[in-house]
Design a protein around this ligand. Structure first.
Ligand code: AMP
Length: 400
């Protein structure tokens, strides 16, 4: 199935083509037609399944098709973390780029001025975390009386993080007549109860969580020192006979530095990140796909939408600071039944990130101890395997 078969309007199809998306993910195939038909949707899916586009695209389309758009906030997407909120708004900006939709994101921990200014200019779609939203509602910067669409994202995580009371307060302020989409990776009783009160005759959509993909992927961990990472990468490309690899770095400069180190050793490599022009990114990507480049180095944002079917090797040159990003990254290998290897480097500064990742995936990544660039000072004692795992998190990664 292609996006063309989902009855999407031209501005959205154009935006998806620009993003490099060709095929809707299973959750998108299921949810988009239902939402476009006005149904409430109960989605069992987690980050990494493409759920953001599954709920954003119908909202953008339904708003874009309105002949007379009322003033005021028409769609609210509530999500638990600042990182997710930012990512969702970026996705809406991307998918709605030709649809003339105004959107903004609000979250706590930063000054509210920029956010209230954006709200004053007028917003069609608001992405928010619960605390800051309530705060701005109380200060009368946000009025939800015109709301037509409500998305509750990662509902089970709202519960885990103690936001459920804030969420309930917000829900109490929403107009009764609205279309609601509810996404949660798991359905503990309290979340099921909330879904029952929020949704009217919902259609259920469910996808296999990416953990099943994760299980197919061989994961390896190398403890090393920050300064030795370029050498370790070169060593592994050679020793493991790696033909092509996607290498993730946390920053744009980091990506450039890796490319420089590889080029110096005669390895064909290029970087894609936000400072590169669209053309340069496209060239790097097509060069990589065509086998002209052995290594593509990417930041997470730039790697969005990269769809390479037979990617066998992913390197986490820098461990991500959002654990879910690890699942996204390694999910890029081992697709379509192929085997995949995900190699992660952990230096003294990313032990905490490693712990969070292992907690999320519910297992310890096997460590390759024998290599020429080990971490100085006995990393293994410092990093612990997850001892007690949170039940909810555990459940989230089980097949339903
Ligand atoms: P999400 O689960 O919404 O966080 O999406 C996971 C990742 O998949 C994001 O990086 C998206 O940009 C990407 N993505 C979503 N839908 C598609 C698609 N149909 N084709 C390719 N990539 C996609």
């Amino acid at each position: 199935m292609a996006f063309q078969n989902l009855n999407l309007i031209e501005p959205i199809l154009k935006a998806l083509a620009k993003e490099g998306y060709t095929t809707p993910t299973p959750i998108q195939q299921q949810a988009i037609p239902l939402a476009l038909n006005g149904h409430d949707v109960l989605g069992c899916a987690q980050t990494g399944t493409g759920k953001t586009a599954a709920f954003s695209i119908p909202i953008i389309q339904l708003l874009a098709l309105q002949k007379q758009r009322k003033p005021g906030i028409k769609a609210l997407i509530l999500t638990p973390t600042r990182e997710l909120a930012i990512q969702i708004e970026e996705s809406i900006a991307a998918y709605g780029t030709f649809a003339n939709i105004r959107h903004t994101v609000i979250f706590g921990g930063v000054s509210q001025l920029h956010q209230t200014n954006a709200l004053k200019r007028g917003v069609d779609i608001l992405v928010a975390t619960p605390g800051r939203l309530l705060d701005l509602i109380n200060q009368r910067f946000v009025d939800l009386r015109q709301l037509e669409f409500f998305v509750l994202d990662e509902a089970d995580r709202m519960l885990d993080m103690g936001f459920i009371h804030d969420v309930k307060k917000i829900i109490a302020l929403l107009p009764q007549k609205r279309q609601t989409m509810f996404f949660s990776a798991t359905m503990p009783p309290e979340i099921q109860k909330l879904a029952d009160t929020l949704l009217k005759n919902p259609k259920m959509v469910e996808v296999t969580p990416p953990s099943s993909t994760v299980d197919k992927i061989e994961q390896k961990l190398y403890y090393t020192n920050k300064n030795d990472k370029p050498k370790l990468l070169l060593y592994l490309l050679d020793k493991e006979n790696i033909d092509t690899a996607l290498v993730f770095t946390r920053t744009k400069h980091g990506a450039d530095r890796v490319v420089k180190a590889l080029l110096k050793e005669g390895i064909k490599a290029a970087a894609i990140h936000g400072n590169k022009s669209q053309n340069a990114r496209q060239n790097a990507l097509s060069g990589f796909k065509a086998g002209k480049l052995r290594v593509l180095v990417a930041t997470d944002i730039a790697a969005r939408g990269i769809d390479i079917d037979e990617l066998a090797n992913v390197f986490n040159y820098d461990l991500p600071n959002i654990p879910e990003t690890y699942v996204h990254r390694i999910g890029r290998t081992g697709r379509a039944g192929n085997s995949g290897i995900a190699i992660s480097f952990c230096d003294g500064e990313t032990l905490k990130e490693l712990k969070e990742i292992q907690k999320l995936i519910g297992k310890t990544i096997p460590v390759t101890e024998k290599h020429p660039f080990p971490m100085s000072g006995g990393a293994i004692e410092k990093s612990e395997a997850p001892k007690s795992r949170n039940n909810n998190q555990n459940r989230r990664f089980q097949r339903r």
